[in-house]
Write a protein that binds this ligand. Structure first.
Ligand code: CA
Length: 667
């Protein structure tokens, strides 16, 4: 079996009953890298009332049969059609008549496959039944909600103005205190007027009240780990286990068995968010699949879509047992066409690429270019790292250090994140927020959006040894996200907290995030002191760990008001989001401050701001600190955990309270 993994024996002759006797099957060894690519779109089903056509790229197959079913569970097909092979490795067939509402799969015969092949809905199903086993024949037009055509024409806000809120579909609504009817469903975000037991806004109204510009939703494409046939069984997963990439997840719909339901309901959710002035970013996980044997990639074209070493062993840069090969033409095209499909069909406003460092830069830049061709201001960013070493040269990958070569693509800033709260590797280790010295330059680096800046001493930055962005909005700035401990849990685990310190440090951390020149990013519920009971990796923890308890909002109204106030301040003042690196270098300068204090001035009406000077001082010391202001008569707008605070006139040397931020501006 040596090298069998790379070699597929193709039967070149078209095998039909009439030709079989005269056609001698000729076997040719073809390496995977030599497979022809599919011509045209990767879409596999095209419906019309007169006939439905099917095209499946499976260049290693010896035969492919299309199976048509009445529903997503019946054992016997209504019809089977032998598909014909094209020169580009694509198998084609059509079914005459109107097949809308029926289901289909492909049965592929490939004797050289080391994997057991079974029926597959293909790699590019756009509608599926329960648990994504069978693809469905639908008319996508019929899934569009009222006003959908107008929704497509709305304008997206400028990238530099984004404030991103990361959210899991279930966490938002499942708690009894959410007041939301469609618990755990896409429709939860279409419900206005929902209230906590104390009468405070929840759900979509809460997002509007908070003021964020975008939600980034954890995987909402069809994933494998939740059994859609058991809606009443307690089940939870983040969804980083892709099954059908181009279909919404069924468990978030009110009827997973109806293929149009999940599509229509997701579109209703997106339209409701758009109508509320909020953009929608999708978390996409093209870097790996749930497993290899049962993935639609393997079931359609074994081994082609994954990276393997010379022994035929799978790469594992995802930490999930496999990594996809974006450098292969059809994987590259799959990622690009899939993202474009979501952007166009679902009117998405951006993408967050999971473990983006596994993908090659060329693929990411192709996504960028093609999104730009669709329209302006699509957000595109990802995790600029991998969970293991990818089987591809580092300099060609979309790693954080290579972001400077990838205009229009951003990455998460772990430099400032860990300088604030401590490293990913140890939940109990603290940093700046615990008044430890030595993290000030890393925080400065994050605050400028990771560009080159004269006031940042790169040799003292924790991770990056050189600037990794060319414009500040390429840096996604945050202190916590779904991965890892939440900010509240992390502070409890890593800092000896006295009474009131949790809230003070929470506010201080988010002041750094929300006044930075990078794009601010918040994890849902942190604004009301949500916690995950100390669980670090809650990807399959029950609702009791992951849900947002909306009764916390009444208990933490002061914290919520602070987040809300900072967001309003950022939105009102372009100085906090200058956009251009030259402007940041010119207008944003740091003040000389002692250990555990970082302070900067945004000067000379930065970005046309109405305020001539804005000073931001972050003090993580357990005692007040004196800071000398630049020349001028200032007035406070944030002080001692209040945003906005009572305006107080100040100049010269001022005192900043312990573990707090002060923001002042000249009149
Ligand atoms: Ca699913």
């Amino acid at each position: 079996m040596k090298n069998m993994n790379h070699i597929v024996y193709m039967v070149l002759c078209t095998i039909s009953m009439g030709l079989l006797a005269s056609c001698a099957a000729k076997q040719v060894a073809l390496k995977i890298d030599q497979y022809p690519s599919k011509q045209g779109s990767l879409r596999e089903m095209q419906y019309s009332p007169a006939k439905t056509t099917f095209e499946l790229w499976s260049p290693g197959a010896e035969a492919v049969t299309l199976r048509l079913y009445a529903d997503d569970t019946s054992a016997t097909p209504l019809k089977q059609v032998k598909m014909r092979r094209r020169q580009d490795g694509t198998w084609t067939a059509f079914a005459k008549g109107d097949w809308k509402g029926k289901f289909y799969t492909f049965e592929i015969t490939q004797s050289s496959s080391r994997w057991k092949l079974h029926e597959t809905p293909g790699i590019f199903a756009t509608a599926v039944g329960t648990n994504g086993k069978r693809a469905a024949i639908i008319d996508l037009q019929e899934t569009n909600p009222e006003g959908w055509a107008e929704d497509a024409k709305r304008s997206r806000i400028l990238e530099k103005d984004a404030i991103i809120y990361e959210l899991h579909m279930r966490d938002l609504s499942v708690h009894p205190a959410s007041g939301i009817t469609n618990k755990g469903k896409f429709l939860a975000l279409t419900e206005h007027g929902t209230l906590s037991p104390e009468g405070l806004k929840t759900g979509i109204d809460h997002l509007v009240e908070l003021g964020v510009t975008h939600v980034q939703i954890l995987p909402m494409y069809d994933y494998a780990s939740v059994d859609e046939s058991k809606p009443d069984k307690p089940q939870y997963n983040w969804g980083y286990d892709p099954l059908n990439y181009n279909v919404p997840e069924g468990s978030y719909s009110t009827n997973p068995a109806d293929p149009t339901c999940r599509i229509r309901e997701l579109k209703l959710m997106i339209k409701a968010l758009h109508d509320a002035g909020i953009g929608v970013i999708m978390d996409v996980v093209y870097n790996h699949t749930y497993d290899v044997e049962n993935s639609q990639f393997t079931q359609t074209c074994p081994d082609y879509f994954y990276r393997m070493n010379k022994k035929g062993e799978l790469g594992n840069a995802s930490g999930c047992g496999n990594e996809t090969a974006s450098e292969r033409d059809m994987m590259h095209r799959f990622i690009v066409e899939s993202a474009l499909y979501w952007a166009q069909e679902y009117h998405l406003d951006g993408f967050r690429f999971d473990l983006m460092g596994i993908h090659d830069q060329a693929t990411m830049m192709d996504v960028r270019r093609k999104l730009d061709a669709l329209g302006s201001n699509y957000l595109l960013y990802g995790e600029g790292w991998a969970a293991g070493a990818p089987l591809y040269p580092n300099e060609k990958l979309a790693m954080k250090a290579n972001i400077k070569n990838m205009p229009g693509i951003g990455a998460f800033c772990d430099d400032m994140r860990d300088a604030l709260r401590g490293p990913f590797s140890d939940d109990h280790e603290s940093a700046f927020l615990d008044a430890k010295p030595g993290f000030e330059q890393s925080i400065r680096f994050g605050l400028v959006g990771c560009i080159a800046h004269p006031d940042v001493q790169m040799d003292q930055v924790n991770y990056s040894k050189s600037p990794w962005t060319t414009i500040p909005s390429q840096s996604i700035n945050y202190v916590s996200c779904h991965d890892d401990m939440m900010l509240t849990d992390r502070l409890k685990a890593s800092v000896q907290l006295e009474e009131g310190e949790l809230e003070r440090l929470d506010k201080l951390a988010q002041t750094a995030v929300l006044t930075s020149q990078g794009l601010p990013f918040l994890w849902a519920g942190e604004e009301i002191m949500r916690d995950k009971k100390g669980v670090h990796n809650s990807f399959c923890s029950p609702d009791s760990i992951n849900q947002i308890d909306w009764s916390l909002k009444a208990k933490n109204q002061d914290l919520f008001a602070y987040y809300q106030g900072l967001i309003a301040l950022r939105k009102a003042h372009p100085a906090f989001r200058m956009g251009m690196p030259e402007e940041v270098r010119q207008h944003m300068r740091f003040l000389d401050t002692p250990d555990n204090v970082v302070a900067f001035v945004l000067r000379d009406h930065a970005a046309g701001d109405e305020w001539e000077q804005i000073v931001v001082i972050l003090n993580s010391r357990r005692e007040p600190v004196e800071v000398k202001l630049p020349k001028g008569k200032f007035v406070t707008c944030v002080a001692d955990g209040q945003c906005p605070c009572e305006p107080v006139n100040m100049s010269g040397i001022i005192t900043v309270s312990a573990q707090s931020a002060t923001i002042l501006h000249t009149r």
